[in-house]
Design a protein around this ligand. Structure first.
Ligand code: SAH
Length: 347
């Protein structure tokens, strides 16, 4: 198995059967070997810098009904909110003073935020903080909308593909959502010129090793700038309330594989990883991740943007999160960078 890791390290790719073999035969010793290689590649490309993104969750209204997600339309117990443009700008101000140079605007698919409103928000943020990058994470929209947001100044877009296996996709989403459409969006975003991020949940219900292999092959094909993966965690108000969460162990293994496949990729150690294990984000960094995304949303709405149960940091001020993260990274020999943290191909 170590030979397969050496091969991936050298050539950045493996065949379907080889990926499957690696995932199925993993064990602690093999994982440690993989993490060492992933760390080496990460350090070669990004040193010990950890890029930070300020996450602003600006609406939890959603027209979709994804079975896993706590803010799905059918969860009538979700306490819905929208931030005003002024509140979003205030979050940016707080973030800027704390050294954030990327703002990630994330929300459910809330059509109250028309293209016009989104463009107005992008222009306002860019007007005040021309040295900052804006990442959008607002789901599926048309080519024209994506193009208009890009022209207004948004330069990155996160849209997890969720699973690259069409049957599996159908078991996680209602019929009206399709993997084909999701993939089309990703290719459009790339075509427009965004730094694009795809990704998936690890351990989502009905996921098989074959699904994960499909995910890796899709990532190879799309060749994205960012890949967001984190464990699935059940939310009490969803059809998957009783399903098991994904594991730290498998998430770390996949993070490291992805680092070897795409040496330059921007790879976050996610909040979900920090939620299933108190040291999850540190371990993610040590498995090859190079991005963290502390929350900049106003405290009052943090608990309402609940995609899954037990989400961490919902009661902490942005400044607390920022300094806590700094301490955590310093403790493992890394440091938070005050920079836009672009993909290496763009720096
Ligand atoms: N509406 C936007 C943003 C979605 S929320 C969009 O469609 O892209 C961001 C991500 O959270 C999702 O892509 C999903 O992968 C993840 N997520 C949702 N519910 C989750 C859960 N129960 N456990 C772990 N991750 C979850």
């Amino acid at each position: 198995m170590k030979l397969l890791i050496d091969k991936l390290y050298k050539s950045n790719t493996l065949s379907q059967t080889e990926y499957k073999e690696l995932i199925e035969n993993r064990n602690p010793e093999l994982s440690e070997y993989l993490f060492e290689k992933a760390r080496a590649v990460r350090i070669e490309n990004y040193g010990h810098d950890v890029y930070m993104r300020g996450l602003i969750e600006f609406s939890n209204y959603c027209r979709n009904d994804c079975y896993y997600c706590g803010i799905r339309k059918s969860n009538t117990n979700a306490d819905r909110y929208r931030l005003t443009k002024e509140q979003i700008l205030e979050s940016c101000l707080t973030g800027y003073d704390l050294g954030f140079r990327t703002f990630v605007l994330q929300a459910g698919e809330d059509m109250y935020f028309t293209d016009e409103k989104i463009i107005d928000i992008i222009l306002s943020i860019k007007g005040e903080y021309p040295d900052c990058a804006i990442t959008l994470s607002i789901g599926e929209r048309s080519y024209e909308s994506y193009k208009a947001f890009f022209d207004a100044g948004a330069e990155r877009y996160l849209l997890r593909h969720e699973t690259a296996d069409p049957k599996h996709y159908g078991r996680l989403h209602p019929k009206m959502l399709s993997l084909d459409n999701r993939k089309d969006c990703l290719y459009m975003l790339k075509d427009i010129g965004y730094q694009v991020g795809c990704g998936f949940m690890v351990g989502s219900p009905f996921q098989t090793t074959q699904c994960l292999v499909e995910d890796l092959l899709f990532i190879q094909d799309l060749n994205p700038h960012m890949v967001g993966i984190g464990p699935f965690i059940p939310h009490h108000g969803t059809p998957f309330a009783d399903k098991e969460a994904g594991t730290l162990e498998l998430t770390l293994f996949l993070l490291a594989l992805i680092r070897l496949m795409l040496p330059n990729v921007l790879l976050p150690a996610t909040t979900a990883l920090g939620t299933i294990n108190p040291k999850g984000r540190e371990l993610g960094i040590l498995a090859g991740a190079n991005v963290v995304m502390p929350n900049l949303s106003p405290i009052g709405v943090r608990e309402k943007y609940l995609l899954y149960d037990n989400k961490i940091c919902t009661g902490d001020e942005a400044a607390e999160c920022r300094y806590c993260m700094e301490k955590r990274m310093e403790a493992i020999g890394y440091h938070l960078a005050v920079s836009r943290g672009d993909h290496k191909s763009i720096q």
